[in-house]
Write a protein that binds this ligand. Sequence first.
Ligand code: COA
Length: 173
Amino acid sequence: MQEKRQRTVRESQAERSEVIFPGDANGLGNLFGGRLMQFIDLVGAVAAYRHARATTVVTASMDSLDFVAPVHVGEVLILKASVNRAFRTSMEVGVKAMVEDPKTGNLRHVSSAYLTYVAVDDSGHPVEVDCLVPETEHQKRRFDDALKRREARSGEVERKKRLRKSLENAWYI
Ligand SMILES: CC(C)(COP(=O)(O)OP(=O)(O)OC[C@H]1O[C@@H](n2cnc3c(N)ncnc32)[C@H](O)[C@@H]1OP(=O)(O)O)[C@@H](O)C(=O)NCCC(=O)NCCS
């Protein structure tokens, strides 16, 4: 592979705005959790893709997702994504979802998540990604925290791989 480039966080940050329509809502008129997960995954993928500049990126995992407050039909959802840290072929991306108050422009936090994307080539094989250089204090804190989360996650990834192997021949698969 070519020598790794150094990319800043700003180079790959992504933002998406969505007006919530009735088709996105449950019976209470609130945005479906699954639809919100889709929005989160998509904006996170754009940030990862911009950092990796690979053929494509795939979502390897999404850490736990808390729905802090409901999003109502007609509200404007703002999603912001940043690459927190790049590893060998994977990247941790943080996504924050907020609702914008139309009168004041104030943002209300509704959800956030950490996702791991892997850069892949045309055959779907992982490929190395460039280094991420945090510049601000916030970015440096997120960079350090991402390594701790990866360490906590790696035991879980191995556990799930073993579980999948043991389930390969299970009758209900
Ligand atoms: C993600 C995927 C490419 C990883 O393939 P793999 O054979 O496990 O590859 P490796 O073991 O070499 O791991 C590659 C990287 O992925 C990371 N990874 C793999 N599984 C992971 C998981 N569940 N969570 C977080 N990171 C994971 C590894 O830590 C490694 O990171 P690093 O290179 O930065 O150290 C493969 O599992 C895959 O294609 N999954 C399906 C993805 C998909 O379809 N997503 C939904 C649609 S986009």
